[in-house]
Design a protein around this ligand. Sequence first.
Ligand code: TYC
Length: 101
Amino acid sequence: MTDSVSKPKTKVRPKLERPKLYKVILLNDDYTPREFVVQVLKAEFRINEDQAHRVMITAHRRGVCVVAVYARDIAETKATRATDAGKAAGYPLMFTTEPEE
Ligand code: TYC
């Protein structure tokens, strides 16, 4: 085999899309106690009492509030864990995720 095959001189670099970020959104409801919402926010999203209270009261007044933004799997895991914490305590507390524009 004497045929030579020349390699391209330039490396092919497929363009990598930046992975989309996902918002974790807190939904208001009429039953979950405010203080419980604050506790879940602090435990799952590592935010302080002040920030957690602000997020809770925004969801309470406006219906929804963006809690934080993460890579998709992290956002989904956190939303599920936080929703499950409410469920385990008998509350309809609900977190969802949504891709950023
Ligand atoms: N609306 C609830 C109440 O009045 C408190 C609450 C706030 C619940 C935010 C959920 O995402 C929420 N007890």
